[in-house]
Every structure is written in C-alpha cells, then in structure tokens.
Design a binder for this molecule. Structure first.
Ligand SMILES: [Zn+2]
Length: 400
C-alpha cells in the first residue's frame, strides 16, 4: 500500500481502489486501499477522518503493517473511488505536531532536556520534558526561539537513510522502528525520527504559544497551542481582557492591578460586614429576648422569619440562648421550612427531643442535641403550626 501522506501531506483528495473490505469485531466495516492519504493514528497524532466513496471514515489505524479505514457502511463501488480527508482537522494536527517538534527541539537545545511524553488533544497539546523545574523566563526563551524558527519559514524535509547513514544525523531522539526509518528535518535546527504529517515549511505552523506548565511526576508538563489554536486562544483572551477593562473602566494593561486591589478590598469589606452583622444580630437577640414571653421564669422567644439567611437565624438562636433562662424557637420560611431551637445552659430541657417531636409537622426527619437542634422539611404552610406546637409542649410539659 502506497502511503501518499508520507511524501506530500498537502494532498486533500485522491482516487484509490478498495482492495479489501473486512468486518471488525464490533461489526463496523474496515476498508483497505491500494494507496491512501489517510494518516493512521500513531506517534501521538490522531488519525485522519474523511470520505471514501459513499462511506464516512471515522478512524484510521495500522495493524500488522496494513492500514484500515473504519467506515460507517459498505462501499457501493470498489474501483477508482473518490477519497477526501477532513483537511481542516488534518492541517490543525500538522500545525500542532510540527509545533511540537520545534518546541521540543528548542527546550532540548536550550536546557539539554528530552521530551519524554507528547499528547495531542482536542483542545490543547502537551509535552513532558525531563527537567526539574521551569521558570517564567526559561519558558519564554524557549517560546521565543520556537517562534523565531517559525518566522524564518525554514523547509521541513524527510530523509530515508540506510542503517549505516543514520549515524550521520544528529538525532534529537533515537528511532523506535528498525526498518524504513524516516528522519524529519527542520533545516539545520532539528532532526527527529517521525512518521507523522508535517507542513513543508515552518511558517505554516503559525504562532507557537505556551499556555502554562506544571510539575508532572519527575518532569514538567508544558501545555501549548499552535497556529489556528493559538489564534483562537488569543481571541478569547483578548475579548476577556477588553470586557474586564470595560467593567473596571480601566486600560487593559491596568486590569490585573485593579483586580488585585479590588480583591484585597473585598476581603477587608467581608471581614467588616461579618463583624457588623454580628453586632446587629447581638442587638436583635437582646431585643427579642426582652420581648419574649416569661413562662415560669423562662423566657421563650418564638419567631417566624422570612427573607433572611438561615445561617443568621442559627446565629441569632445561639445569641438568644446566651441570655439567662432562655429558649429560642425560630423558623425560616423560604422554598422549604426550616427551624432552629436553642436553650441556655441554666435550664434543663432536652431541645433535641422537643425538636424531634414537632419536626414531622413540616415533613422533616431528625433531631439534635440537648442544647440546640436544627433542620427542615418541605411543608412550608405548616411551619407556624410546628413552632406553636413546640411552644405548647414547652409550656405544658417542660415548664409546668
Ligand atoms: Zn513528526
């Protein structure tokens, strides 16, 4: 089988003969051609997709030196069939893949490190380099060297040396295959054994942009994008900065400083609000306590709230119970019914038991501790009745 993609990775259409039609284990149809431009998955590069005659090709792979094209149906004709690869997808892979050659070589040349992992994903591309750490400056230097190689628009060529000739090449990594070794050269800059598809000149790779990096096992994982992916990445980020600068009414270069300032301000405002809220709740609790009903020397505060945060109600309940001889029976009416009961330490009532007894009135389950209990149920319309019931039980049983 002739691999047309090896010599010219820019062929988008071709005609071929289907020489074999097989059925895969999962029932899908596998086509074998006499020649192909479909790159089979391998070396970290995903396979091409496209059309062969009346069939849609979703995946291409190599097994025992045969290239199989996974089709959605059986072909209606076998000879002189029109074939087409999804060019946008392929060109994207060519940009990312060749960008990887350049970036790996730049890291290798600058810092003497090897690329020990490569992944070409749907959105981002990563390489793992065997280096302990990477500084901002070091990453930028590798990025600048890489883009300089792009701007020089150097030829990318392939060599097929014999085993004896192989030693003449200063290879960045050793070949993983024994026969038909293919060396991809970025003129004067990098020699690397590779079977993938590459643009003919480095200019076609477009911008190479490192997005971020992190420590990964004993290496550093560098995430980057090339060509159209880099353009898209720049577009959304630029859009983002423009919108942020409009919201903040500041120049784009001042956005970060302004956000940092606002973040510090927000933090101190949050602290201030918390302390103010606490003061307000303390006053509110004293007010409620003073208005509470005195039953046999115990002050009962029964109140139903709306439009309040349940966290504040819990805090309020606790503050009421900080007074002498106090019981708080508080409810919050919102999407659901919620209650919190508390008592002071100087009276002996099991609040958990009381809570458990009235909770079913609002359709809830559960209980609580001796001093305090909280929970809720779906039955909002019965919330007032539940508080009333707790009050009656308290009055007639516990405080008699
Ligand atoms: Zn390659």
């Amino acid at each position: 089988m002739e691999k047309l993609y090896e010599n010219d990775s820019y062929i988008k259409n071709f005609k071929a003969n289907i020489v074999d039609v097989k059925s895969d284990e999962d029932g899908s149809v596998l086509l074998v051609l006499d020649r192909t431009i479909f790159y089979p998955e391998g070396g970290g590069q995903p396979s091409d997709t496209g059309i062969i005659g009346n069939c849609r090709i979703s995946h291409v792979f190599k097994k025992d030196k045969v290239i199989y094209h996974r089709a959605d149906k059986k072909p209606d004709t076998l000879n002189d069939v029109d074939c087409r690869i999804d060019w946008e997808r392929r060109f994207d892979f060519m940009q990312q893949h060749c960008g990887q050659h350049i970036l790996s070589a730049a890291f290798g040349n600058l810092y003497g490190c090897n690329t020990i992992g490569f992944h070409l994903g749907e959105k981002y591309v990563t390489i793992d380099i065997d280096i302990q750490s990477l500084s901002e400056d070091d990453a930028k230097r590798a990025e600048n060297v890489s883009n300089d190689i792009v701007f020089q628009n150097l030829p990318v060529t392939c060599h097929y040396p014999s085993k004896d000739e192989l030693s003449k090449y200063k290879l960045r990594k050793q070949p993983t295959v024994e026969d038909n070794i293919r060396i991809v050269e970025i003129e004067g800059f990098d020699f690397c054994p590779c079977g993938g598809t590459h643009p003919s000149r480095t200019g076609d790779v477009g911008l190479i942009k490192i997005r971020k990096w992190e420590k990964y096992k004993n290496s550093v994982r560098v995430e980057f994008v090339c060509g159209n992916r880099a353009l898209k990445d720049y577009q959304w980020k630029n859009d983002f900065i423009n919108k942020a600068s409009n919201i903040l009414s500041s120049k784009d270069e001042d956005v970060l400083e302004n956000i940092s300032k606002m973040s510090i301000e927000l933090c101190s405002l949050k602290k201030e609000t918390k302390s103010l809220k606490d003061t307000v709740l303390s006053y509110e609790s004293s007010d409620l306590y003073s208005k509470g009903e005195d039953v046999g020397g115990v002050r009962i505060v029964k109140k139903l709230f709306e439009d309040k945060d349940f966290k504040d109600i819990i805090s309020l309940s606790g503050k009421i119970a900080n007074h002498d001889n106090a019981v708080a029976l508080l409810g919050l009416k919102s999407d659901s019914a919620r209650m919190v009961f508390s008592r002071s330490h100087d009276i002996n009532i099991n609040i958990g038991e009381l809570f458990k007894e009235v909770l079913p009135i609002i359709g809830g389950k559960g209980g609580g501790g001796k001093f305090s209990a909280q929970g809720g149920g779906p039955d909002v319309s019965n919330l007032e009745s539940a508080l009333d019931a707790a009050y009656v039980i308290l009055k007639n049983r516990y405080l008699k």
